[in-house]
Ligand binder design. Sequence first.
Ligand code: GLN
Length: 502
Amino acid sequence: MTTDGGAVTTLSDGIDVRQPAGLRTLFFTELWERFSYYGMRALLVLFMVTPPQQGGLGFSTAEAALVYGNYTMAVYMLAIPGGFLADRWLTASRAVLIGGAIIALGHFTLALQATATFYLGLILVAVGTGLFKPSISVLVGSLYARDDERRDAGFSIFYMGINIGAFLAPLVTGYLAQGAGFKAGLASAGIDPSTSWHFGFAAAGIGMAIGLGVFFRQSQLFINTENAARSDAPADDPAAVRDTLLIVLATAVLAAMMVMSDWPGFGWMRTVVLLVPIVAIVWFATRGTAEAQRIAAILVFFLAAMIFWAIFEQAGLSIALFANNLTHNEIAGTTFPSAWYLALNSLFVILLAPLFAALWTRLGAAQPSSPVKFSLGLGFLAASFLLMVPAALLTADGKVSPLWLVGLYFLQTVGELLLSPVGLSTMTKLAPVRATGLVLGIWFLGSAFGNKLAGVLGAGFQSTDANALSRFFLDQALFVAIAALVLLAITPLVKKWMGGVR
Ligand code: GLN
């Protein structure tokens, strides 16, 4: 073991898996940012549909679902202009600081009690996350040289931080917003207990403020490293202002198209979202330049991720409904809230991420390439929906065992760990130095579209016809399995397009 201040870990057989010192700071900063994101997200729909007498907004479920879908899409879509602004103007470190401050401000705005401050708060959180989210991953990537074999392991550890935040947050904000004990405490302090929601939102803001504090203490270190890296990169482009405006405009058009795709007669716009990347892959791959081929590879990963999230993100919709309506939610005679299943995903990430990190480190140069990891990720996702086919058939005889959903989340989380942290890592490897933020933005655009499509696909769920339900799962499982096989088949090509990057 060495003593350069790195976060030192040694596997039992003495293999040195030391990670760079900066990873610790980024791990905790992102843990708290995700605490704020998922803590607020856990309350959002509940707050919107709760009647005003109980402190909510009194929206219908349909209205709330619309706000929720478009908000979660906007959060990830704004990573495009956010990443680009970081590349061209701000640097990733400053984007993290400014974005983090805007996010905290957004949550504190949600802590105020008016409909106008509600929308303003959502806008601030989305804008701030657009700046913060791609840049924090850019900084993780900047800790490693391009061929450093520890990169995927580092991202797996970072991903664990994300999920520690995601796991703890709903417990804290949920207790503040809905806990009977906290409400009684408010009442005895002479505060109206129906304002409890806003304490939940404030807790999210405090989480982000802690994250900002963690990062601020080390920010000079990151600013110096970034300046050093950028000094080798090509000089500023005079067209930067024009490009910035174009990117902002293109994002606005995309967002508008996705919102419009909900209108009757406009559903075809969603097909466009699938077809454009396929056409673009072919176009870039046949350009012949190394740069264009790398873009083709990035787009393959983008498309695979979009398909992945479109199934995975149904956790809050079709899977939540399956949990609520068709599962026997009881352990040892005690019933538990169906929302608890959601925590299984974060819990499995926390348990499995260190194993994956150790595996990638141990395999070193012998680890599978990113396209192979991606197809395995899609394969596990397909298996998770395939598992639900017999579960769905069994619902004909009544509610089924919780173990089906435990199995689903286990398989999905293995898939997620093969795809999501690996994707972050691969994007930071493939991107040109001055465009890493933009490339991460494109990566998160896959999440934005995926979230939107999850809403569309999940709407096909119903709990009354077991046969139809089994088809619902089977069709999607087959679609994802085909996507996994296609990706596996084109892996040699994708590897060639990646130009030596694994
Ligand atoms: N759960 C991960 C996170 O919050 C990945 C989300 C995504 O890319 N859709 O960062």
